[in-house]
Design a protein around this ligand. Sequence first.
Ligand SMILES: NC(=O)c1ccc[n+]([C@@H]2O[C@H](COP(=O)([O-])OP(=O)(O)OC[C@H]3O[C@@H](n4cnc5c(N)ncnc54)[C@H](O)[C@@H]3O)[C@@H](O)[C@H]2O)c1
Length: 335
Amino acid sequence: MALTSPVRRAAIVGCGDVSVIHAEAIESIEGIELVAVCDTDPDRLESATIDHGVAGYEDLGEMLAEARPDVVHVTTPHHQHVQATIDCLEAGVNVLQEKPIAHTLAEGQRLVDAAESAKAKVGICFQNRYNVSSEEARRILDSGLLGEIQGAYASVVWTRTADYYRARPWRGTHAESGGGLLINQAIHTLDLVQWLMGEVVAVDGHAATRKFADVIEVEDTAEALFTHASGAQTSFYATLTAPVHRPVEIEIYGDRGVLAIRNGLTLTLADGTVEVFPERQVASAGRTYWGVSHEILIRDFYASLDEPEPFWISPEEAMKPLRMLKTIYDQTHGK
Ligand SMILES: NC(=O)c1ccc[n+]([C@@H]2O[C@H](COP(=O)([O-])OP(=O)(O)OC[C@H]3O[C@@H](n4cnc5c(N)ncnc54)[C@H](O)[C@@H]3O)[C@@H](O)[C@H]2O)c1
């Protein structure tokens, strides 16, 4: 499907693992052209310029001035998100930034404030909101079909190796990542929990490093009970210590039925009716646990450039899961 004209000039800052899926999406969507890449690491930059056949820059300011992109995809480590995004906004360039909004709440708020006065748009990449299961769950909840919502359960039970952290040391540090499993992996599920179940008004949680304590200073396991504005609660468990990747699970219990997200979505009503909504197939460049919806979000972000409203997954919206997980960190460290 073609986007409306004109052709949008795209650039990527941060040519690491996830940039591949952004580049693949840009290259597959008609009406968007990748014009430049930027990375402070000369080796990464060189291989990205060769892979994509575009100009490469070690300096973001130089790329903005010379390549004149319409949109920059910010795919740097967490502590390098906000300054890069603000630099682009100040140059009048739209930004699609990877999650989390920032590695700290203060940095996140700095971006919220900058976005409010910016003329350009900014969206945060919570692509799992575009999964069939998430969209259908949102629609079914809005319809009232489940009756009164009594509560929810969510889990992220995945596997990681010490090499995952050794290959990218920033992922294991408080200073650069801002946390571990919660801020890097489970943040997508925290976002879906608050998006589907409503505003979180209380958090009671704990984080721990169970398996990788000799490699990382951040957590690899966490649990929490979230209380939503409705009074309903979500029990939550997440770990990277499992031997395999289990599918992310979110179950929402109403007095007239149950929604179960596990790959796709299964709706089971009290009268025995069962309806299944299968998930889309996995995109080729991404890892399966990243989900299938990066390209759909990217397409939607570019389409939103023709509209006057802010992109719906805004910095303000992205602060919500960050607040949930930072509260768990504070509780763990007795703050
Ligand atoms: N949405 C998702 O499902 C998903 C999946 C994976 C990663 N991510 C996010 O993507 C981001 C990057 O993760 P990754 O695993 O690709 O990291 P990575 O370490 O593989 O890549 C980051 C790249 O950014 C470069 N970089 C660092 N600082 C820079 C700067 N100031 N300017 C330019 N380049 C800079 C590094 O040299 C590196 O090449 C993180 O925020 C991560 O949470 C999101």
